[in-house]
Design a protein around this ligand. Structure first.
Ligand code: BG6
Ligand code: MG
Length: 222
């Protein structure tokens, strides 16, 4: 059996992936840079500053800004985002997640959050999940964001668990890559078109069934 399941937050526990997109879209519109949902797939799981860099590269010609200007834009985006998450409550936990967490805990398997978001603790509080996880990776302490494995290995290291005993759950292309590179079992939530590199893929969170995830994990170990 696995000893730790590491959950991504935005897009797995709750639908904040949508709010990140809407906030970036608002900023990009103001800058006259076209971005759409297809492009947004490559922003998922990516840190605030790296996301901004990718958006500025979409301008023609690419926008070159000073660090100060970039901080101003990233701060503006975050303000839009904070407005959107203001209303988040426990009802915004995605379908299937509560049952999954409960089964996870009943099985005596540890839980962690592996998020790139500096807003993760605030969102978990709003969802009523502030005390649920055994460990929350501090995004500010991670040196290399997803697709680097550090976010996931940091969670395992904090709890003293071998990477091969871990499962990671992700909705992002970069996130699934990070889990795979950590040597962990990856569960993808989303579209085959983006997440075909996941060890086990479901199309939505309501399909995340604990027993089935464990079965797939064990199948791969053998
Ligand atoms: C990730 C999201 O969880 O966190 C990204 O998938 C986001 O879209 C990143 O850019 C950083 O979030 P924040 O809240 O620190 O700006
Ligand atoms: Mg995500």
């Amino acid at each position: 059996s696995p000893k730790l399941i590491i959950y991504d937050l935005d897009g797995v526990i709750t639908d904040t992936a949508e709010f990140h997109f809407l906030a970036w879209k608002k900023l990009a519109d103001e800058l006259g840079i076209p971005i759409d949902r297809h492009f947004n797939e490559q922003l998922k799981g990516i840190s605030r500053m790296d996301s901004l860099d990718r958006i500025l590269e979409q301008a023609s010609p690419p926008m070159k800004l000073s660090t100060e200007e970039k901080i101003e834009l990233a701060t503006r985006k975050n303000a839009y985002y904070l407005e959107l998450i203001e209303e988040i409550s426990p009802e915004h936990i995605l379908p299937g997640i509560k049952a999954l967490l409960q089964a996870n805990k009943e099985a005596g398997i540890k839980t962690a959050i592996g998020s790139a978001s500096k807003n993760a603790p605030r969102i978990l509080e709003k969802l009523g999940l502030g005390d649920t996880f055994d460990h929350i990776v501090d995004a500010a302490e991670v040196k290399k964001g997803k697709p680097d494995p550090e976010t996931f290995t940091a969670a395992a290291d904090a709890l003293g668990i071998a990477y091969t005993d871990c499962i990671g759950i992700e909705d992002a292309v970069a996130g699934v890559e990070a889990i795979n590179r950590a040597g962990m079992f990856s569960v993808g939530v989303g579209d085959k078109a983006h997440l075909s590199h996941a060890d086990y893929l479901v199309s939505a969170t309501n399909e995340l069934v604990f027993e089935e995830i464990i079965r797939r994990f064990q199948e791969k170990q053998n």
